[in-house]
Design a protein around this ligand. Structure first.
Ligand SMILES: NC(=O)c1ccc[n+]([C@@H]2O[C@H](COP(=O)([O-])OP(=O)(O)OC[C@H]3O[C@@H](n4cnc5c(N)ncnc54)[C@H](O)[C@@H]3O)[C@@H](O)[C@H]2O)c1
Length: 421
């Protein structure tokens, strides 16, 4: 029988010395991400309680997990007995009151992306869980510091007499940013708030390795590594369409030829134009509306018109029943002519210089290491290379001169160079 209690006096680094079967984990939110994270933790051997406030959501997620594991057995990737064990480790739990969650060593929160909701959950968990429990959030965009600090406004204010108090143990709060779908994506961004304990970060990184993941470290900066550094991959191409330099299919082709698995337009149609725009808007707002991250009117119009991508049958391109794009007809010669031509008309030069600039600036601000930035971009976005590998290949002089030319052509700060270049 699995004992669903955390041992008292057991911080996360001591947890690493224990058998995973003795280290219970709670995942809050049984949606797309929470279900996947619960699967990863259970496959690593932990007893998992999967919590959702919606009636039946956690039970349905466990049923879906059973079907997923059956498929893995059918494909010969998992023994039937292993699948039974994994499924047996995940217990659904329906609750909106976090004091009913059994004591665990680690909580991974993956509920809606709403600061007040996450804050309220962390406060309830902190008062109900053992003093050693580590609290992680899978937020894509919210600040870890905002989550642990006192707040005077918001939906949850009433339940705290007008304020949401600061957490008592902010050293034990961090971000564990999984990518979708968690069982398949290797990258996890381990995000530190300004108060997060270094040992908690080290132990969490090691735990992620044991879960089969590749952890990278980042501070709680807007967009973390992947969602920040990737902005120009979308933004440069959209601006080139706005300026009439080329059509989306032609720009996609030019970038595929440069080694990207998908072009920015087919990729955002897959992600959802609304989802991609929301990330862009969030990074832009959180950086004080820095022109580097300004979303384009072109993408805003797509979203306003409901052209969200594959999920609505039409985004940048139109999709047939079988999922193929019916109107993506690149001009092959134009794609070839643009690359190596005037810098402001060269999609590859513009995109690579801006990706390098973002990566270099992130490291210059001491938010992540160069090695982690490269790893994150290769694993999180499938780029063929990381920004520092491109810097090495292109040379700092070339990147500098591309940015200088772009800055002269489009003044206003979007193309300002990182001081470190
Ligand atoms: N979807 C992605 O690609 C992705 C990738 C990385 C991170 N994230 C982040 O992960 C989190 C979850 O995203 P998702 O796509 O899984 O969302 P989702 O909408 O699929 O699932 C959220 C779940 O949380 C439950 N929930 C909401 N409020 C709750 C509460 N107060 N208590 C308990 N359960 C509650 C909902 O019922 C729902 O089942 C968000 O913070 C999101 O930003 C998402």
């Amino acid at each position: 029988m699995t004992v669903m209690t955390a041992q008292s006096g057991t911080p996360l680094d001591h947890v690493l010395l224990q058998h995973p079967g003795d280290v219970p984990v709670a995942v809050i939110g049984a949606g797309a991400m929470g279900s996947g994270i619960a699967q990863v933790a259970a496959q690593a051997g932990h007893p998992v309680v999967l919590v959702d406030a919606q009636p039946d959501a956690a039970d349905r997620a466990v049923e879906r997990l059973g079907a997923t594991l059956d498929r893995l057995v059918a494909k010969g990737r998992l023994e039937a007995a292993q699948a039974r064990d994994v499924l047996g480790r995940v217990r659904p739990h329906t609750a909106s009151d976090m004091s009913t969650v059994p004591a665990v060593a680690l909580v991974v929160e993956a509920v809606v992306e709403h600061l007040d909701v996450k804050r309220a959950i962390f406060r309830q968990l902190e008062s109900a869980q053992p003093a050693t429990t580590v609290l992680a959030t899978n937020t894509s965009s919210l600040s870890i510091d905002a989550m642990v600090q006192e707040a005077h406004t918001g939906h949850d204010a009433a339940s705290y007499g007008g304020t949401s108090p600061a957490l008592a143990r902010p050293g034990q709060v961090l971000g564990l940013h999984f990518f979708n779908p968690p069982p398949l994506m290797r990258l996890v961004e381990v995000i530190s708030g300004s108060a997060t304990d270094g040992q908690v970060l080290d132990a969490a990184g090691e735990l992620m390795r044991r879960w089969g993941k590749t952890p990278v470290r980042c501070t709680s900066t807007p967009g973390f590594i992947v969602n920040r550094v990737a902005r120009p991959f979308y933004g440069e191409a959209q601006r080139m369409v706005e300026e009439g330099i080329a059509d989306p299919a032609t720009l996609d082709l030019a970038l595929r030829r440069a080694g990207f698995r998908m072009g920015p337009f087919e990729l955002t149609d897959l992600i959802g134009q609304d989802v991609n725009l929301a990330v862009g808007e969030s990074v832009w707002r959180q950086t004080g509306e820095d022109p580097r991250y300004a979303p384009t009117d072109w993408q805003r119009a797509l979203v306003r018109e409901g052209r969200l991508g594959r999920k609505t049958g039409r985004g940048v391109f139109t999709y047939a029943e079988d999922g193929s794009a019916t109107d993506a007809a690149p001009d092959e010669q134009l794609a070839q002519r643009l690359v190596g031509g005037p810098v402001h008309q060269d999609p590859v030069a513009r995109t690579l210089a801006m990706l390098v600039n973002e990566g270099v600036d992130l490291v210059h601000r001491a938010e992540a290491t160069a090695e982690d930035v490269d790893t994150a971009m290769r694993l999180g976005t499938n780029y063929p290379k990381g920004p520092f590998e491109w810097l090495e290949e292109l040379g700092a002089g070339t990147v500098r001169s591309v940015l200088t030319e772009l800055d002269a052509h489009y003044p206003g700060g979007r193309y300002r160079r990182s001081e470190a270049l």
